[in-house]
Design a protein around this ligand. Structure first.
Ligand SMILES: [Zn+2]
Length: 353
């Protein structure tokens, strides 16, 4: 395994700060692809919310998730690695798999090993990996497929066969996978307001000091873990999932917003948290900023009501559900009233009572 290159000051893998900027505007910017919004989230959140949607809506949404993630990754690689280099890497599967596995570990995706490959440029080509402890199995299969398609320049298929524990044999082949969703799942990027809040930062890698204070990177397993609770985190382009939600909205109607809010609220209510996010203005601001969920610009709490405005909130439905969950945990209420709205510029207003 490649030796992890860690920041000599804060100890976080250098790759994290080289590729991402935790901005003072409440968003995490991918430095190479600046229009791709990134989030730092509790990893079990991702599948938990999708499983709830599956259950509540009775619509299997795995196809939609896979398509969004696959396409996002393929496009990312195609835009950032020149075609001749991608073509060369497609004939060096052990090397390219090692590089991708390393990047994935720094982001908290879990670990993967190269097993074997056949690459002769025909329809029998395949690439086989084993992945361990994926942060989300369907997202990781789609990640792997998107990267492989970008390298080979051909569409492919992927399957993950359980090996026991949380390990899977991943087999990618050349072939059609068209879902009919390609044109429909488009990302939307609202403009980000400049705020420039001054987060204390590592003098070497410029990542927020709060990241290294709260989390540790286990580069053997590919985990990012909360030091306080051991809970696993992942750095991922969660806004792909906004496209997923919009697609479901088209199929099912607007009621989906409430289902997403409720799924996220349920997740908060049934998880253990290191900290009550809404305990104070500063606690909420830093918890939102570390996750790329926006900048808290106003906060009012009188024991009965909680009223907040969050600027640059790119996944508002999730944030509404999270804050409603924390409000109910904090107040001890079984239910609450939540009124929320999003303005033209991704400014989210929430009032809870
Ligand atoms: Zn550092």
């Amino acid at each position: 395994m490649r030796r992890p290159d860690l920041c000599s000051s804060c100890g976080i893998p250098l790759y994290v700060g080289k590729m991402h900027q935790w901005s003072g505007d409440g968003v995490i910017i991918h430095k190479v692809m600046s229009r791709s919004n990134v989030f730092f989230m509790e990893s079990e959140n991702i599948d938990a919310v999708f499983n709830t949607l599956d259950r509540e809506l009775g619509v299997p949404i795995e196809n939609i998730i896979m398509e969004c993630t696959r396409r996002g990754n393929r496009r990312f690689m195609e835009q950032n690695i020149p075609a001749p280099l991608r073509w060369m890497l497609s004939y060096m599967p052990r090397l390219s798999s090692g590089l991708i596995s390393y990047a994935g570990k720094t982001l908290g995706f879990g670990s993967s090993e190269f097993v074997g490959a056949r690459r002769r440029g025909d329809e029998k080509d395949c690439l086989v990996h084993i992945i361990h402890d994926p942060y989300s199995l369907s997202s990781m299969l789609a990640d792997a497929l998107g990267v492989t398609e970008a390298f080979t320049g051909q569409d492919g298929t992927v399957e993950g066969l359980p090996l026991g524990g949380d390990s899977y044999l991943v087999v990618m082949r050349t072939g059609e996978h068209r879902t009919g969703l390609e044109e429909r799942l488009q990302l939307i990027h609202p403009p980000v307001k400049t705020i420039g809040y001054d987060l204390p930062r590592c003098e070497k890698c410029r990542l927020p000091l709060e990241l290294s204070a709260r989390y540790r990177w286990d580069m053997r397993k590919g985990f990012i873990l909360s030091k306080a609770s051991g809970r696993r985190m992942v750095i991922t382009g969660f806004d792909n999932y906004e496209a997923v939600f919009r697609e479901i909205e088209e199929e099912i109607g607007e009621g989906i917003s409430q289902v997403i809010v409720d799924a996220q609220r349920e997740f908060v209510l049934h998880s253990n948290w290191d900290e009550n996010w809404i305990e104070s203005e500063s606690a909420l601001r830093i918890n939102l900023m570390l996750r790329g969920l926006g900048y808290l610009s106003s906060y009012f709490q009188d024991g009965e009501h909680l009223k907040v405005t969050i600027l640059n909130c790119l996944i508002p439905k999730q944030v509404v559900g999270m804050l409603q969950g924390f409000y109910e945990l904090d107040s001890g209420k079984d239910s609450s009233t939540c009124v929320w709205s999003v303005g033209q510029e991704a400014d989210l207003q929430i009032e809870l009572s």
